[in-house]
Design a protein around this ligand. Structure first.
Ligand code: MN
Length: 236
């Protein structure tokens, strides 16, 4: 199937706003984030877009999220929001492994410290863990240009993820939906170890998903499906 054409003027752009994420000239907006949530029900932060990047370290966060499917939300602070990609299998430290990263809506900066339970039936309902966080530095002179070009190189300074990485936009199997790949570059932090299995706990609370669900009246058996069996057995 070929991508739908949005207009004669912009033949290369696709209709669905989510599909356009990371392709637009203006990459940041919380419109989609706000549209998809009822803040009277979900404990997630409402947040605001600050529209510019302050002159300080740029935050990054990876939130492990057991929603209908387990994924890792990979978020980079840029221009006052968190640019976000959902990575079903999570990051890999092995440079030969490319991990699918689906672009999702920009999130408010406050979101980076959210760990808890989104009520079932709400958008993204399930348990959220702050799996890793720290700061990131671009390895390119112009981040906006690199995002538009679909190839962003950067360094991560987190508790679990470190060293040089790339997010690369790609088209897989002719699907109209934009897909990206997260890839580790070869450096001293590259490894064959499976970090998602070896380090399954929250970097903030040191808890497993099941613990977080239990603390916040969430669905514990559902959350536990995202914890490696070995880690669950060890904590009993
Ligand atoms: Mn998510």
């Amino acid at each position: 199937m070929r991508p739908p054409q949005s207009s004669a003027r912009e033949p290369s752009r696709w209709l669905h706003p989510v599909w356009n994420l990371r392709c637009e000239d203006t990459v940041v907006a919380l419109t989609k984030y706000h549209e998809t949530r009822d803040f009277r029900v979900t404990p997630e932060p409402k947040g605001a877009s600050h529209l510019e990047t302050p002159n300080k370290e740029l935050a990054f966060v990876v939130q492990k999220h057991q929603a209908s499917h387990l994924h890792y939300d990979f978020r980079l602070e840029w221009r006052g929001v968190l640019l976000s990609w959902a990575i079903p299998k999570g990051p890999s430290l092995d440079p030969s492994v490319k991990r699918l990263a689906m672009p999702v809506e920009d999130h408010p900066l406050d979101y980076g410290s959210f760990e808890g339970v989104i009520p079932e039936g709400e958008y993204g309902g399930g348990t959220v863990m702050v799996w890793d966080r720290g700061f990131w530095m671009p390895e390119v002179p112009d981040v906006d240009k690199s995002l538009r070009a679909g190839q962003l190189k950067f360094s991560l300074y987190g508790a679990k993820l470190r060293g040089s990485w790339a997010l690369v936009r790609t088209v897989i199997g002719g699907s109209p939906r934009t897909k990206w790949l997260l890839v580790k570059h070869r450096d001293g932090y590259a490894s064959k170890a499976d970090i998602t299995v070896d380090k399954p706990r929250s970097v903030v609370s040191k808890k497993l998903l099941a613990d977080i669900a239990r603390m916040h009246d969430g669905d514990v058996p559902k959350a536990a499906k995202g914890d490696p069996p070995k880690a669950v057995r060890a904590s009993k």
